[in-house]
Structure formats: structure tokens, C-alpha cells
Design a protein. Sequence first.
Length: 320
Amino acid sequence: VAVNAFTGAELDRADDARRRDPAWVADQARHPSARAVVAGSSGVRVENGRLARVPLPEAARTGVAEPVLLGLDAEGPLFAVDDGPRTDAPAPLVGAGGGRGEPPPATSGRLGLREAGAALPQADGGLAAYAAGIMNWHRRHRFCANCGAPTEHGEGGLVRSCPECGVEHHPRTDPVVIMLVTDGDRVLLGRQASWPARRYSALAGFVGPGESLEEAVSREVAEEAGVVIGPPVYASSQPWPFPSSLMLGFTARWAAGEPRARDAELEDVGWFSRGQVVAAARHDVDGWEVGRGDAPNAELLLPPKLAIARRLLDGWLRDD
Ligand SMILES: [Zn+2]
């Protein structure tokens, strides 16, 4: 079974009592095998087609914030270093570099996070997502949400604590439901006006406070398409650190209602046949983000292969 991009980091996150021991954390930073992955607003550093692991002292010299201990891999402690730009003003998010339709990268240099998810080995893509996600959180949580005082980095970077009011802040993940609604040989897809022409994807939306995932799926489909569905069925999940989402993938069967775009979020929504989706899958260039100008004759462009929406579509094509 195919796994989602941005999953599969191979390391012990040491997310337990060890991190709460400052002496243990300091030992990891001094360890002769301590290395760091390097990421900043221009993307993640890659070397020979892999995520670069740089000796920690060398990486730390380029850092604009304290290194974050990601965990332990087979060689020893592994950190993440944010090499900028500086975070004392609102800054672009880590890994935001790169973009749609850029040429495939050289095997060494910088890769935007989306490109990294498509181009790097599975485990390195997972590691890049972890590093970018945690560093994005640090960038946006320098002050206490409770009292406004500057917060301090703790537990090797998996917590920020407030010296004024004593509250501990933990890395945040925002749940987003994404769902493929089907009715036999047709599938419901929508598009946002900002997407490349003819690109359609599964419907999606943030889970609200006091709302179950199943309720969020049903509500989003009703709001975005005016369609009633049967019970949602969980499929798989994918970290989406742009800046801090977790995509929760579902499938659901159509029950009632003719789809039409109802809110400002979607420009168009409608049914596509199995044949249209199969034809569109043939236009893909690989795992790359399909940019404007690719496949000029296609009537439908699918989401890129690194996106969970595409996994949901592939699963539907495989099922029957
Ligand atoms: Zn506080």
C-alpha cells in the first residue's frame, strides 16, 4: 500500500521523560555525532538527492534560533536548524521556498518543502515535514498566548514555556478533513480560483471547535457543494506543514443534492467520471507539482501525486 508523502521519518523522537532532563538534552547537543537538518524560508538543504545532515556546530553557526532536537537516528542525535531569515519580525514560513512549475531541482542545494516531499526518499520527506513543522511553530509562538510575555525554548524544542505566567505551550497541529465523495462511477471534485487552470481536487476544510471529524466532513461537503453524504469512512492521514496542518482523509458516498459552488471558497464543483479521471492521470509528469502550461490539452488536471487528495483518487480508481 502506498504511503503518503511527508510521512515515514525514521527516528526516535525522544518525546518522553528524557527531554524533560536538561542534562540529557545538553548531552545530545555535545554529542560528537550530533547533526542537523537545515531549513529556512528558502527551503530545506539537500545534498546528493538526500536531506543534508550537517555537523551540529557547523549548522548552528547559520541558525537564527536555538536548534531543535528532532530525536535520535541510527547515527546519534539529530537536530533541526532554522537558518533564516531572522524571526524577530513576521517572516515567511520555513520551507515555503520553491513553487509551482519550477524545474526539477539539482540534487544539491535548496528545495522548497513541496518539492522535497516529491523528490526526496520517503523517510527524508517525513523528516523535512517534521523539521519544518516544528520550526514554523517556533517562528509563530515566540510570545505567550496567555499573557504576552516572550516564551522560552524547552525540552530540546518540543515545548515553549512562559517565565511570567508559567504556562507551557506545546507544538500545535491543526486538523483538516479532506474527503472524496463518490457515487458509483463518478466523483465529486472542486477547484479554487487560484489554482492552475483545470486543476480539480477533493473537498477539504478545517475542523471546528467542538466538532467531530465526521461532523466536519459532512458540514464541509454541505457548505462547499450543497450535497448530502452518507457516513464518512477514514482512509489515511498526511502531515501538511504549511504551516501546521494534519490532513485527515475520508471517503463518503453521495446521498442527495446536486452539486454547485455555494461559498466563495470554491470557484467550481461538480461530478467527474471515472474515464475523465483515468485520462487525467495519464497527463501527469511524475511526482512533481503540475504547473501552469503543463499538459495544455488536458480537460482535467489532478492534484499532484504528493497530495493525499491524489492518494484518495488513486484508491478509488483501484477499488473497482
Ligand atoms: Zn505567559
